[in-house]
Design a protein around this ligand. Sequence first.
Ligand SMILES: Nc1nc2c(ncn2[C@@H]2O[C@H](COP(=O)(O)OP(=O)(O)O)[C@@H](O)[C@H]2O)c(=O)[nH]1
Ligand SMILES: [Mg+2]
Length: 207
Amino acid sequence: MAVVSPLAKYKLVFLGDQSVGKTSIITRFMYDKFDTTYQATIGIDFLSKTMYLEDRTVRLQLWDTAGQERFRSLIPSYIRDSSVAVVVYDVANRQSFLNTSKWIEEVHTERGSDVIIVLVGNKTDLVDKRQVSIEEGDSRARDFGVMFIETSAKAGFNIKPLFRKIAAALPGMEALSSTKQEDMVDVNLKPPSNSSKTEQQGGGCMC
Ligand SMILES: Nc1nc2c(ncn2[C@@H]2O[C@H](COP(=O)(O)OP(=O)(O)O)[C@@H](O)[C@H]2O)c(=O)[nH]1
Ligand SMILES: [Mg+2]
């Protein structure tokens, strides 16, 4: 009997100070577009995207957040059931880099070590305004034991590699928790010839 598993879904939450480029990274990845008109994120919204990897397909749910204080109280509940936290800073804004430790600690408070964290230094196109070197970013990521990459949503630099890196780090189906295993659907591809009924358990959709 073949076991066909439904699409594995993972929740990614985007964190970081206001205007570091969280919404722009998501927009670049989803639509390959960059919008220069500044739009503060209102509340929290998510978008889904399916990624086809060499050995499997995963569905990513990208949860954008607003860094403004007035929405801070909402954030822990979004971190709580996420598989991945993407902590973004602006390489041309030192304070946003310093604040990443606060964001990473917040993720650890909610999720312990049961989460993938990626530190992202965005806006590498602002070459003359850079305040944080790639070495500093890399070294902070090592200190926290998290992944690291630099991007430019504007130039479209390293956006796909960021998501590929995340997807590659996601646990395979065999490593998923028992609750996720409940989504497994058994499909009997070759019904026994002595029986006219096809056994299908679970039903469910592949959506
Ligand atoms: N130069 C440059 N500007 C960017 C980049 N990413 C975002 N921005 C700009 O930074 C501002 C804030 O971006 P936004 O995505 O709204 O940040 P968020 O508040 O973290 O969601 C906007 O004016 C964007 O156009 C980038 O990679 N390079
Ligand atoms: Mg935003």
